[in-house]
Write a protein that binds this ligand. Structure first.
Ligand code: BGP
Length: 475
């Protein structure tokens, strides 16, 4: 091991992320304003860890001033969150703005900017209105694409003069994969046709919102936040490599390619046809996608994905699942975050960066989420009650190092954002795994306390120097 100090460029984002539904809570929410997450929580509360969910979350909607002060104390340059579509409107069909909720966003944006923190806003972090899921089957419907674009139009009218960095979605693949492919989340329906239809409509919605933003002449950028899983084959044998390539098509390229290259990979279309996955699209939609590519991408990266060729047969009576072509593979001897069950491999950042550089026109991008969820963090408190999260400092340092190394090697990496600013609510896991720089103490009225990592993050911002231990082989 040796110590190395790396300079962080002045314009490099050192931020943190969150979302509306995972922090705000339901305070002030009106009847009929449930999001998909709210409906899931109401319908299926027992799967949410210890019963916590979006109802109170971190009560950010009432405590944002206190939290923005903490963001400043932790040295954030940028803060990314979402606007909750389900709450921004009181009537989704006639796009009637909820003035109370909209005014809260005005205050939040103003407060962030007053404290020198740039807001980055995402239009959908799973907050599809539950009413549109019920009435139209959510993103399965072209009507919902249209209503989303009209919602975006209202948001831009209101805030595009103040906020210049916009994102259409956070992890647009997640909800339909968990619901319609894996049937792991409410309403638990394995339906591969719907899965692909949701993918396509979200790609189409991104293109339409990019077009809208440009047609209206707003200054700023529109991107999308994706979670491609950096996928390594077990071996270089052709069957393992093929498994990884197919995994990449179904879970990564299905969003990366339309957003950045303006088209679906031909190999993906061929596989969907081969397995009779039915989804509706036409030439006009494809040309909209081709003509309206995003300005930048945020990339959420947590852990590597490893696959091998499958050794078991698929049940032909259930709908087609891409796992027909791969199986997950656990690398013996891997480093683990045991709380989350995820392998730790900082190199995913560098490998993704090189892929964006070489295969995706070196588009501007940044790490939009990366972080470490740890259970029972209270056990790491010192005598003063501060969580000594040295493991998080090491984790961030190693991943940030890979981002800086990639930038030095020509990647167009604009920055690093931690998931998350405070501890917050995750789908199902709720507050089980703590991700924040700031502790939320559920036993004491959600009191906020800076963890050791928050002070360390501040010092990164102040000094623009990252000092880490580097393995000799890594240098
Ligand atoms: C990302 C999501 C975040 C957050 C994070 C941690 O995929 O974009 O919203 O939930 O994962 O997730 P978890 O708490 O399940 O580990």
């Amino acid at each position: 091991m040796s110590k190395q100090t790396i300079t962080i460029p002045d314009d490099f984002i050192l931020g943190a992320a969150a979302s509306a539904w995972q922090t705000e809570g339901w305070s002030g929410k009106k009847a009929g304003q449930d999001s998909y997450l709210d409906a899931w929580y109401k319908n299926d509360r027992h799967v949410w860890h210890n019963g916590y969910g979006p109802a109170v979350a971190t009560d950010f909607i009432n405590r944002y001033k206190e939290d923005v002060a903490l963001m400043k104390a932790a040295g954030l340059t940028h803060y990314r969150t979402s606007i909750n579509w389900a709450r921004f409107l009181t009537d989704y069909e006639n796009v009637v703005v909820d003035e109370d909720y909209a005014a809260y966003y005005d205050r939040l944006i103003d407060e962030l900017q007053a404290q020198g923190i740039e807001p980055m806003l995402c239009l959908e972090h799973y907050e599809l209105p539950a009413a549109l899921l019920e009435k139209y089957d959510g993103w399965g419907s072209k009507k919902v694409v249209e209503l989303y674009v009209r919602y975006a139009e209202k948001v831009f009218e209101r805030y595009a003069s103040k906020v210049t960095r916009w994102f259409t979605f956070n992890e647009p693949i997640v909800v339909q994969t968990r619901v319609y492919l894996d049937a792991l989340r409410w309403p638990y329906e394995q339906n591969t046709d719907k899965w692909m239809q949701w993918n396509h409509h979200k790609n189409l919605a991104t293109a339409k919102v990019v077009k809208l933003f440009r047609d209206k002449g707003y200054s700023g950028t529109v991107g999308t936040i994706l979670n491609p899983e950096v996928t390594y084959p077990r071996s270089s044998a052709p069957h393992d490599v093929k498994a990884a390539e197919i995994y990449d098509l179904f879970f990564n390229r299905v969003f990366l390619d339309p957003a950045i290259k303006g088209e679906y990979p031909a190999e993906l279309l061929a596989l969907l046809a081969k397995h009779q996955v039915r989804w509706e699209y036409d030439d006009e939609e494809l040309s909209l996608i081709a003509g309206n590519r995003v300005d930048e991408v945020g990339i959420n990266l947590y852990y590597p994905h490893r696959v091998k060729a499958p050794s078991r047969a698929w049940n032909p009576e259930t709908p087609f699942h891409p796992a027909f072509y791969y199986e997950h593979f656990d690398l013996p001897g891997r480093r683990m975050n045991k709380s989350r069950g995820w392998e730790i491999q900082p190199r995913i950042i560098y490998d993704m960066a090189m892929r964006l550089k070489n295969e995706y026109d070196n588009i501007p991008w940044f790490v939009a989420e990366n972080g470490m969820g740890i259970e029972d963090e209270a056990q790491f408190k010192n005598a003063e009650g501060q969580i000594q999260d040295d493991y998080r400092i090491t984790f961030i340092g190693e991943h940030l190092h890979q981002a800086l190394k990639a930038r030095a090697d020509g990647a167009n990496c604009q920055g690093y954002m931690l998931w998350a600013f405070t501890d917050n609510v995750s789908p199902m896991n709720a507050f089980k795994n703590r991700y924040g720089l700031i502790e939320i103490d559920l036993e004491n009225q959600r009191q906020r306390r800076m963890k050791k990592s928050a002070h360390w993050y501040r010092q990164l911002r102040d000094t623009h120097q990252l000092t880490i231990n580097i393995d000799d082989e890594e240098k």
